[in-house]
Design a protein around this ligand. Structure first.
Ligand code: HEC
Length: 251
């Protein structure tokens, strides 16, 4: 009985480790800075132009873009595509979930809080991880989302990648992506891929997705600093003065 119990305990304790080990794709690190308004504005523009056709961000209003330094007029001119649209509108999409399921095999999920559920690094790797795969209905597959229903929305910018699988030393499969055709933001000089510009823009997009998941993040952080400063500058001297007052007759 005791043996069984200890075995069970070991299994339970190592469960989280196994979950980590089964994730065999390494995620690339995204640089997130929600105070970099230029980056956020580039990301927002890319998002509205390339993602909002299929995905919605139904908990986000366009006028919240004022939080990243855009004026109402700029939002009207650059982010709203129809005359009837207003800056107070939500980022909704005309495609319905059943349409999405019929056309793409899966409904495109709402992206308002996607950065909170997937994490910035996963998104950064996902949006750079599309590769050509003729066995898929869309012609695309993805390193971190196998058999994904989404076609590569940014392929004009990134170009075409293929997946190369090599047998590693310990029989472990090593997967690498290889750029075979340059896009408008990548280049292939003498067979050497340069993807810095594309990676940068995807970084901006991920930055925006993080911002959208929690638009008040900057305010929350600022309030946190103010509270800490208050404690240090006001409360510490006050407490000290109080202590001195209490003990002054004892000495
Ligand atoms: C042609 C329509 C289409 C476009 C354009 C598109 N997507 Fe998608 N996307 C989908 C579909 C469909 C899925 C669901 C895939 C599945 O479940 O297999 C999806 C899934 C995703 C997911 C994974 C969600 C999850 O956690 O399951 C993310 C993240 C995502 N899209 C981000 C984006 C971003 C960012 C853009 C803009 C650069 C974009 N998509 C453009 C159709 C699209």
């Amino acid at each position: 009985m005791k043996k069984l119990f200890s075995k069970l305990l070991v299994a339970l304790l190592t469960l989280p480790l196994m979950a980590i080990a089964s994730e065999d794709v390494k995620l690339d690190k995204a640089e997130v800075d929600t105070r970099n308004f230029e980056s956020l504005q580039r990301g927002a523009k890319l998002f509205v132009n390339y993602c909002l056709n299929c995905h919605s961000a139904a908990y986000m209003r366009y006028n919240r873009l004022q939080d990243i330094g855009l004026t109402e007029q700029q939002i009207k001119d650059n982010f709203l595509f129809s005359k009837e649209a207003k800056v107070g509108d939500l980022m909704k999409v005309s495609m319905t979930a059943p349409d999405g399921k019929n056309w793409l095999g899966a409904p495109p999920p709402d992206l308002t809080v996607i950065a909170r559920s997937r994490g910035a690094d996963w998104l950064y790797t996902y949006l750079r991880g599309f590769y050509r795969d003729d066995t898929r209905p869309t012609g695309w597959n993805n390193t971190v989302f196998d058999k994904v229903g989404m076609p590569h929305a940014l392929y004009e910018l990134q170009g075409d990648q293929v997946l190369e699988v090599k047998k590693g030393e310990h029989g472990h499969e090593e997967k690498t992506l290889k750029l075979i055709k340059a896009g408008t933001l990548t280049s292939l000089k003498d067979g050497k891929p340069d993807t810095r510009e594309y990676d940068q823009l995807v970084g901006d997009l991920v930055n925006y997705l993080v911002f959208m998941g929690e638009p008040s993040r900057n305010t929350r952080e600022t309030i946190g600093y103010i509270v800490l400063l208050f404690l240090i500058l006001v409360m510490v001297p006050l407490t000290y003065a109080l202590k001195s007052e209490y003990w002054k007759d004892v000495h």
